[in-house]
Write a protein that binds this ligand. Structure first.
Ligand SMILES: [Zn+2]
Length: 107
């Protein structure tokens, strides 16, 4: 009797350095929680506190390699602030729990 690998699951041969956490959706595609450097006027206290000057921070986004959705905070999907890693993690995991897109073929 032969055993086959999990059908449709594509394991990356490398793990990009900016990927913090990787989830697998229902179709076998990766949903990656990624660090993202961006400029914001939110203070170190986070939302809704806005300062006068913009500052550069290392926040988070998530990307689904199946349906090509990029997740971020709110309607505009701006990157999550450094203090919002928990929200970013929960959103990435929630997407992976519901998304059925299969991985795109690699060439
Ligand atoms: Zn997806």
């Amino acid at each position: 009797m032969t055993t086959t690998a999990t059908a449709g699951t594509t394991w990356a041969t490398d793990w990009p350095t900016n990927v913090l956490t990787r989830y697998v959706n229902l179709g076998g595609a990766h949903v990656d929680l990624i660090t993202r450097r961006f400029t914001t006027r939110y203070t170190w206290q986070g939302r809704p506190y806005v300062g006068d000057e913009a500052r550069e921070v290392d926040g988070f986004v998530w990307e689904c390699r199946g349906c090509d959705t990029r997740g971020g905070y709110g309607y505009d999907r701006e990157p999550y602030l450094p203090s919002e890693r928990g929200e970013a993690t929960a959103a990435a995991n929630d997407h992976a729990s519901a998304c059925r897109a299969i991985p795109r073929p690699t060439r």
